[in-house]
Design a protein around this ligand. Sequence first.
Ligand code: GAL
Length: 543
Amino acid sequence: MQKMETLSSLRIFKTILIILSLVLLFNIPTQAQGLLYKLRPIQHDLAASKIGEPATTKPYDYILKFLSSSSFPSRASFPSDFLFGTGSSALQIEGAGHEGGRGLGIWDDIVNQHKDVYGDVDKFPKKIEHYKRYKEDVQLLKRLGVNSYRMSISWSRVMPNGTLEGGINKEGINFYNNLINELLENGIEPFVTILHFDYPLALKQKFGGFLNHSIVKHYKDYSELLFKTYGDRVKYWTTINEVEVTSIFQYMLNIDNISTDEECKTTRKCTLSYTLLHNFLLAHASTSKLYRTKFQAIQGGEIGLVLSSGCYVPYSSKLEDVAATQRLMDFYWGWILDPVFHGNYPKIMRKLVGNRLPKFTKKEKKMLKGSTNFIGINYYTSHFAIYEPNRTKSIGDSYDALARSEVFNEEGKPLGYKDQYAWNYVYPEGLYNMLLYIKDKYKNPKVYITENGVASTKIPNPLKDEHRIAYIAAHINATKAAIDDGANVRGYFAWAAFDTFEFQAGYSGNWGLYHVDFNDNLKRIPTDAAKWYRKYLTHDLRD
Ligand code: GAL
């Protein structure tokens, strides 16, 4: 009897414990809300990158072997209208910063004020002189065999002080007219970014730039000018490049001189990135609405926006790390994708950020929902995600997400292999998984991979970039695998066409398929990766 009594009170105690833990589990932010994210292996012959492979001098040898086998997806295995291209941005290659009537951009000021932070500052004004050598550059693109080129327009070049009232710069307008015509005459479709990091300094000085909602009107005026002027020929527009990177980095890199040392809750730092991104989204949505109501039917193009992507993989199998993984996906990609597909920020963000997250009005929600014809994703690498409840400072991995990204997992293993000339680990599965995640979560929208590539830092000979061939090939393979599994991917752009000004790294990264020799009159020389890409796209085996 006594035993029976003890057993039943034990049972009651156990039941209470279970109920209590369930209640707790559903209330703590470690909960895996609507967990969708599962890491899937690529269902292809190539396990393009092996988790935890030790770094060797040629960790990508197995990719090169696969590349020469018949299993590697050929150009012909992609649809014929698939865009295969490469890209750049005005800020990073044009030069002529003070010529042709161009006004100052925010980056002229940032680099000028932080000369110690940015590399090759002496080369910043001239860059690779694309402004003057664009005809030659278009011929080089043609030689690559690409059918599309991702370029951006410098707002300061066409509207020097950022506003219509401030005047339009004819010379700037003509430059892009000529560039677009030159591309089209050479069979290359321009894929145009309206804002790639840089915008007129005057707007920042006047009212804080994108920190102020007033910018939305000016951004819309600027975009309307572009649609009117170039929209008869440009069929692919993207509103803003990497909205989240711009918002986070602005404060991570301390561009506005806000102290990085103070705790998040007490500083503007952890509020301002949300404000910035909010205004970026509203600028995107109102411009997209303008294009879609006034220009699309006549001009027949499409408009999207670009985010920087990367998958998160749980640091360990603990529920709190799995949940942290989903939260980072929501805090980075959901931050943008939920508003443009569903009209509002993810629930978890609203809950954890609270008052610091701006709210959309009803009208804005309506305008945002469905405000994009496609998503552009820039993919470079992926990270592990770990639960981090006591974060107080950096916003980089979102203090608010109660999570942090990690390069190594619990067992000390990285994702993929370390590229010997780059900062990052090479993990094409991340791209594949990202594409399938977008497909499943947002009803399979059209996607363009608007950037993918790798640096050649400290490489003995920048022309011998075999590691880049492996990188690009492995990601083309991952793209094809995602398409085969139903993802609606329509294009791939290797970053970058030419060596670009890479912010803190200056020109040391040698990002270009065409290397630019600063000691020889900025001569453009195709690297081995450029030659490989051309052979891949055109079957042209000449060097
Ligand atoms: C992206 C950016 C590009 C380029 C690239 C390589 O974030 O959009 O402009 O800098 O990274 O690091």
